[in-house]
Design a binder for this molecule. Structure first.
Ligand SMILES: Cc1ncc(C[n+]2csc(CCOP(=O)(O)OP(=O)(O)O)c2C)c(N)n1
Ligand SMILES: [Mg+2]
Length: 561
């Protein structure tokens, strides 16, 4: 190369990522993007080498959730890109800013179905907010500028950029760099806020519901102050339980899977729903029954950062296109509301919530509710709890009072396996905070190999595997729909403690509630010293839900048949 100042596409890409604030990238290497990997050598971006691209993409999602900035994952073409899909889907459904960089075949081989070639625009068309392929290294600053803005503006979400191999290695005269991205913000109009104030002031049984992307701790503190001043009951949408400190007298519970029936009734009977940031998806609305499309019975004020989402499913009485941060600021400017009319309603809803999180005894020697309540008392406030999908999540979601923004990492897409990789990313972002992943025996096997990543980088996470020897959630549905006909849901598991030990993690087997407490203390001491740990909890298969045993679910279904 004669031109000394020329740079490779990989170098320009690494520079652009650094300009936009990327500190960590999660990935699995591939020969399709060697020039990008090369550009990371000696640079400011830390590359965390993962064991499967799904885990890498989930880590990028968790990074995006924790920092509010796009999490970056790097994967190879074909199999790498297809493995990463679950993480991109999570980021889409959770409105998480994320950028997935995918190696691609060389430009002169495109459209021949060359080795591992995939058309990412088609493949990721329905899973990502934006998909593009960068054909010209000189346009990298332009594409990255758009990628960071697209991932963070309006409804945040994942962006996929395909990178032809020869584009990454080509040397070009560096184009002018761009400044660091600054997400754009839509704010509510004064007229909309005045309308909101009028409607709230006239309500008898209002209920606020928080969820979705784009929040930060400061905005949520503003919402909390507004709610507490107005005595307004506030609920969390599915898996957004850490948005409002659950100890606030205004917090009335989780509108998600396993909803408190008393809260479900209150959502239905509310005369005004103030929904901020949440889409009102299937899980939050109990299959579109608590709030019925297209004309809910409740008066609906829907605040959302993207106009297209408003009036898409629900015809709102007042739709407000606004970023949640700007909306939270505007709430602070409203004239005070007199909450005396609904104060008793709020207090009753709060009492229902408090009763609902009291542990209930279940079959067996291991009582998950007691363990989770003990954890809530023992863990510092900033501890981060991650999980994937399965009935084991019910114990955490129901009995753990979340106390701060982003102390919960849980996918609304219900993607199994998310807990362990999310915990790895959380520990990389917040080395000083305790990070605990909950996983089922089924869930852990999906991305549990990222324990090796935790061990490699000295990331002291604790994974709590709740082992009931089955894909419990599906068995539950099976017993409801096809009682006694067990099909495809039994699991014969490895010895999880031995498996963790093989990864270099500290581990222990726990069969009784009282064994958990000392085992936890030892595991956390190991984790604090930078060694990942795993506790293998054996739970009675009968203890399938906090309220109904497996046999009770079966008997009920047989009785109804
Ligand atoms: C990736 C993925 N595959 C399948 C499912 C369907 N699914 C939901 S929960 C579940 C079982 C989870 O089993 P486990 O982790 O052992 O938890 P348990 O329900 O037994 O507590 C399955 C298979 C899913 N949500 N995600
Ligand atoms: Mg299980």
């Amino acid at each position: 190369m004669t031109n000394q100042s020329a740079k490779t596409g990989g170098e320009l890409l690494a520079e652009a990522l650094a300009i936009h604030g990327t500190e960590i990238a999660f990935g699995v290497p591939g020969e399709s993007y060697l020039a990008l990997l090369d550009a990371l050598v000696g640079g400011s971006i830390r590359f965390i080498t993962c064991r499967q691209e799904g885990g890498a993409a989930m880590m990028a999602d968790a990074y995006g959730k924790l920092t509010g900035r796009p999490g970056v994952a790097m994967v190879t073409r074909g199999p790498g890109a297809t493995n990463a899909a679950a993480g991109v889907h999570i980021a889409f459904q959770d409105s998480t800013p994320m950028i997935l960089l995918v190696g691609q075949v060389a430009r002169d081989m495109r459209d021949r179905e060359a080795f591992q070639e995939v058309d990412y625009r088609q493949m990721y068309g329905a899973l990502a907010k934006w998909v593009a392929e960068i054909d010209d290294a000189r346009r990298i600053p332009e594409y990255l500028n758009r990628a960071f803005h697209t991932a963070t503006s309006g409804r945040p979400g994942p962006v996929v950029l395909a990178l032809p191999e020869d584009m990454l290695s080509e040397r070009v005269a560096p184009p002018p760099a761009v400044d660091r991205y600054a997400p754009l913000e839509a704010a509510p109009t004064p007229a909309a806020m005045a309308d909101l104030h009028r409607r709230l002031a006239a309500a008898e049984r209002p209920l606020a519901l928080l969820g979705g992307g784009g929040w930060d701790a400061e905005s949520l503190a503003r919402v909390r102050a507004f709610a507490e001043a107005a005595d307004l009951p506030v609920a969390a949408s599915f898996r957004c339980q850490d948005y409002l400190d659950n100890r606030s007298a205004c917090y009335v519970g989780h509108v998600g899977i396993g909803i408190n029936p008393a809260l479900a009734a209150r959502v239905k009977e509310a005369d005004l729903l103030l929904v901020v940031g949440a889409r009102l998806g299937e899980s939050t609305t109990a299959g579109y029954t608590l709030v019925e499309p297209p004309r809910p019975r409740q008066q609906l004020i829907h605040v959302y950062p993207q106009a297209e989402e408003l009036n898409r499913v629900y015809d709102a009485d007042l739709g407000i296109v606004s970023d949640v941060k700007a909306f939270a600021r505007a709430l602070g400017d409203l004239a005070p509301l007199d909450g005396s009319r609904w104060a008793a309603h709020r207090a009753a809803a709060r009492a229902d919530y408090e009763a609902h999180i009291e542990p209930l005894p279940v079959p067996g020697a291991l009582q998950m509710a007691d363990i989770v309540r003990w954890l809530a008392e023992t863990l510092p406030e900033d501890a981060i709890l991650a999980n994937g999908a399965g009935n084991y999540t019910t114990w955490v979601h129901r009995f753990f009072p979340y106390r701060g923004w982003r102390t919960q990492l849980a996918p609304t897409s219900g993607s199994m396996g998310y807990g362990a990789p999310a915990a790895v990313a959380a520990k990389a972002v917040h080395p000083d905070r305790p990070v605990i992943a909950f996983a089922g025996d089924g869930c852990f096997m999906m991305h549990g190999q990222e324990l090796a990543t935790a061990a490699q980088y000295g990331l002291g996470i604790l994974v709590i595997v709740v082992d009931n020897g089955m894909y419990g959630t599906i068995r539950m549905h099976q017993e409801r729909e096809y009682p006694t006909r067990v099909s495809g849901t039994d699991l014969r598991n490895p010895d999880f403690a031995a498996l963790a030990a093989a990864y270099g993690a500290h581990s222990a087997r726990v069969e009784r509630t009282e064994e958990f407490f000392p085992a936890f203390e030892t595991a956390m001491a190991e984790a604090e010293a930078g060694r990942p740990a795993l506790l293998h909890l054996i739970i009675d298969p009968e203890a399938l839900t906090p309220v109904q045993s497996l046999s009770q679910i079966r008997e009920k279904a047989l009785g109804a048949a």
